[in-house]
Each structure stands twice: as structure tokens, then as C-alpha cells.
Design a protein around this ligand. Structure first.
Ligand code: UD1
Length: 428
């Protein structure tokens, strides 16, 4: 078992470079399945969700060549399998993007129901609605697998009942090579949806309107080789902005798209944090005690649900009472039980959490409950008095490239430690 050991109290100061976006990478890599040629993709984050996605591609027959740590060449001309193994799919939610891309390429996909963070019920009814609208049939199989099959996919209108990132991605993937035009209404508008569309268009697709709530996909015969660079990670950038604010630091967050960070910037400013925007960087300083505020998570361009746990750490130290309303996920406050061990005072009632700000947090042994809940514990540890140990860090490493190195470069006292338990179990 690995854990982070953090001695809190150091102000974070200096510069940090943001990696490529996890949620764009885990959509674009499955999308390469649709391309009968070679794709070179730059700015791929080196995180475990990407390794899992690449393992799935290899299991399908992809030829993968690393140009360097963050650039990969993928040749899918020899792809031959259409089943995603359960032992890979169970590690991450986005494994279901292979349904859309395999269906689009071969007219058949067999994929296990996906894993990922546990935020309560996570249905995929809107994904299935998109596949069936294009003429596919969906059948449950043994062992929690589903099979989606179509003789010929034909474009259609798809109205999503909920604004879903995943269903929008899957609708695009299955429509790109379909005959005719697909119109996706009430589509998600997240930056990674736009990035996916730009990637596919660079390979010859005809997708218009990504970034708005109506996306039109004009089916094309085939896609060709391409070279593409993934956008910077909005949530990783927001995480370092919050870490600077939590420690009273002065951090220049580099390689970002400030437009993608507007809702986060606005809330930090409301809390008294100073945010200076440059072309592709943001400087975050916090001169005085944080001021309380209320936050409601929303689909883009609203405040991102994935920033809810990190920002909760700020509110737990702000002067006064703050309220977070989680409107995207059913159950996304499980991490607060762990944070209470560090002195956070919060009451949770369903989708609402009320924070009574305290002067300071105190170190404690805690467990990451999920990816973003886990990073909240790291930020709390950086700000707290004493030594915090964060366990179950495999959740965190699904989404943050070189976390320990990046934080240590900013002056944090953080180490990744392999415990004797894990050394013993590896030896056995
Ligand atoms: C993606 C992100 C995740 C983020 C979330 C919301 C990736 C890999 N993950 O997850 O980090 O927290 O967007 O911004 O990009 N829903 C349905 N039926 C469906 C699909 C979704 O009811 O078929 C509901 C969900 O239960 C949830 C809401 O819609 O309440 C939004 O989910 P969705 O946008 O699909 O999230 P993901 O794509 O899984």
C-alpha cells in the first residue's frame, strides 16, 4: 500500500506546469478506434486512467508506440477485437467510450459495465438511448457485459434527458461514421467535448456546434491519420489554484486556458483570493483570511462538480458559514467524513453541505475515498498543522500526473511512501 505523507504549513510558491486533460484523453484515445490509420497524440497525461485506456486499446489489437512520455502514436489499422475485458473496464468509468467507438467502427461492441468513482447511482440510460436512436440494439450478456450491435448506423435526432458528458461523447463517437446527420440536443458543453470534436474533425469528421447544447454530426465514409495535441486539464489547474489559496501561497499556474477556469476564478475571487490572468497562465495569491461563500455545482460553464471537494477545503477554513449544493451527482460528499478527522466542521443533508469555517485544520491519518475527494485530503494536509498521511492514493493517481514532484517543486513537504505491508504482500 502506498501513501502520501505531508507535513503541512508550507506556503506554496513558484510555478507549476499543467498536464493534458484527463477527461479529454480518456475520450480521444477510444476515439482513435474509429480511425483506419495512424494517430499521433501529444500532451497525453501520464496517469493511471490513461494506462488503463492504452491497455484496453492493446487488448483490441492497437499498435502503440511511445514517442516520449506524453506523446503516443496509435495505429488502429490492424484492430480485430470488439470486446473490452472486464478486468480492465472495472477500473474506470470512461471504458464505456469503447462502446461508441467499436460500434461506429465494427457495428458491434461488447463491454463490461464500467467502474470509476462511487458517487451513488451512475446510470448509462442516455448512452443506450443514443445508440438505439442510431439503429443499434442493446442486449445484456452474462458477467455484467452488454452487447451493442447494428447492421448499419443511421443518423437521427437524440434529445438527452440529462446533460451528460459521457452520453454526449458516446453519441458523437457512434454518429461520426453513421449514414446521414445526427443532431444531439441538450448536449454537454465541457471543454473536453470540444476537444474530442476538434480531434475527430482533424481526422476528417464533420462535427459542428461542440461547446453549445446542439451538436450536429454529419456522417463521413472514413477517417484518416492525424496529429493532435490535447488541451490542458481544467481540473488539475483548478486544483493548484486552490492549493495556493489554501496555503496562503503565490503560485503561477502555467499552460492553462483561462476561459475554462472562469467559474473557478470567480468563486476564488469571491473568497478574497487574488487571481491574475495572463494569456496561458494564472497567478493565484491569498493575502488575507478566506471569506465564506455559497457554491452550486452545475454542468459547464457552471462551477464543475469535480472542483467541489477541493474547494470544500477552502470553505472549511473560511471566515463564516458556507453552503455547497451538489446538483450533478447524487452522493458526492463521502469524503467529508474523512475531512472531519482533520477538524473540518460540516453538516451534510443529501445534496447540501454546510461548512462552519475553522481557524486552522489539524493533521490526521485519512483515506482517499475517490479521485477528487482524495485530492481534497492532500490540500487539507498541505494547509493543516502537523503530519497528515493519506492512504488509498491509487484513486488520486488515476488523475494527477507527477503530483508529488509538482507540489514539492512549489515548496510542499510531501513524500510518497511504500508501506511495509505492501512490500510484504509483493514479496509473497
Ligand atoms: C464526467 C466526468 C466526471 C464529471 C462528470 C460531470 C469523465 C471521464 N468524467 O463523468 O469527472 O464529474 O462528467 O461533470 O469525463 N446520467 C444519467 N444517465 C446517463 C448518464 C448520466 O442519468 O446515461 C446522470 C448521472 O448520474 C449524473 C449526471 O447525469 O447525475 C451527469 O453525469 P455525466 O455527465 O454523464 O458524468 P460522466 O460522463 O460519467
Amino acid at each position: 500500500m502506498e501513501k502520501y505523507v505531508i507535513r503541512g504549513g508550507n506556503r506554496l510558491c513558484g510555478e507549476v506546469e499543467i498536464s493534458g486533460a484527463k477527461n479529454a484523453a480518456v475520450a480521444i484515445l477510444p476515439a482513435t478506434v474509429l480511425i483506419d490509420g495512424v494517430c499521433r497524440v501529444d500532451n497525453i497525461p501520464s496517469i493511471s486512467d490513461v494506462s488503463t485506456t492504452l491497455k484496453i486499446l492493446k487488448s483490441l489489437g492497437s499498435q502503440i508506440r511511445y514517442i516520449n512520455k506524453n506523446t503516443i502514436e496509435i495505429d488502429n489499422s490492424t484492430l480485430q477485437f470488439h470486446t473490452v475485458p472486464h478486468d480492465l473496464a472495472r477500473h474506470m468509468r470512461a471504458s464505456y467510450y469503447f462502446i461508441g467507438s467499436l460500434l461506429g467502427r465494427f457495428g458491434i461492441a461488447r463491454v463490461s459495465m464500467p467502474g470509476g468513482c462511487n458517487f451513488g447511482v451512475r446510470p448509462i440510460d442516455q448512452h443506450l438511448k443514443a445508440f438505439t436512436a442510431l439503429g443499434a440494439s442493446v442486449s445484456p450478456m452474462e458477467n455484467g457485459m452488454i452487447e451493442v450491435v447494428a447492421d448499419r448506423l443511421v443518423g437521427n435526432s437524440i434529445y438527452l434527458d440529462v446533460v451528460s458528458v459521457g452520453a454526449t461523447v458516446n453519441a458523437i463517437l457512434s454518429a461520426v461514421l453513421a449514414r446521414g446527420t445526427t443532431i444531439i440536443e441538450n448536449a454537454a458543453k465541457e471543454p473536453h467535448i470540444v476537444d474530442l470534436a476538434n480531434f475527430l474533425n482533424s481526422a476528417g469528421a464533420d462535427i459542428r456546434g461542440a461547446g453549445t447544447d446542439v451538436i450536429k454530426v454529419f456522417g463521413v465514409e472514413r477517417l484518416h491519420s492525424t496529429h493532435y495535441s490535447i488541451i490542458p486539464d481544467q481540473i488539475e489547474a483548478g486544483t493548484y489554484m486552490v492549493a495556493s489559496a489554501a496555503t496562503g501561497g503565490d503560485v503561477l499556474v502555467k499552460n492553462v486556458i483561462p476561459k475554462h477556469l472562469e467559474s473557478i476564478t470567480a468563486k476564488l475571487q469571491e473568497m478574497g483570493v487574488v487571481v491574475e490572468e495572463y494569456d496561458d497562465a494564472i497567478r493565484v495569491t491569498r493575502p488575507n483570511r478566506l471569506i465564506h461563500c455559497n457554491i452550486k455545482t452545475m454542468p459547464h460553464p457552471g462551477f464543475p462538480t469535480d472542483m467541489q471537494p477541493p474547494v470544500a477545503v477552502l470553505l472549511s477554513m473560511a471566515d463564516g458559514t458556507s453552503i455547497i449544493t451538489e446538483s450533478v451527482w447524487e452522493n458526492r460528499f463521502r469524503y467529508i467524513d474523512e475531512l472531519r478527522r482533520m477538524g473540518v466542521q460540516a453538516q451534510v443533508d443529501g445534496k447540501v453541505a454546510v461548512f462552519q469555517g475553522v481557524e486552522y485544520l489539524t493533521a490526521a491519518p485519512v483515506k482517499a475515498t475517490d479521485l477528487r475527494g482524495g485530492i481534497a485530503m492532500v490540500i487539507a494536509g498541505l494547509a493543516a498543522r502537523g503530519v497528515t498521511e493519506v492512504e488509498e492514493i491509487h484513486h488520486i493517481e488515476r488523475g494527477y500526473e507527477n503530483l508529488v514532484e509538482k507540489l514539492a517543486n512549489l515548496g510542499a513537504d510531501i513524500r510518497r511512501v511504500v508501506t511495509s505491508d505492501s512490500l510484504i504482500s509483493r514479496a509473497l
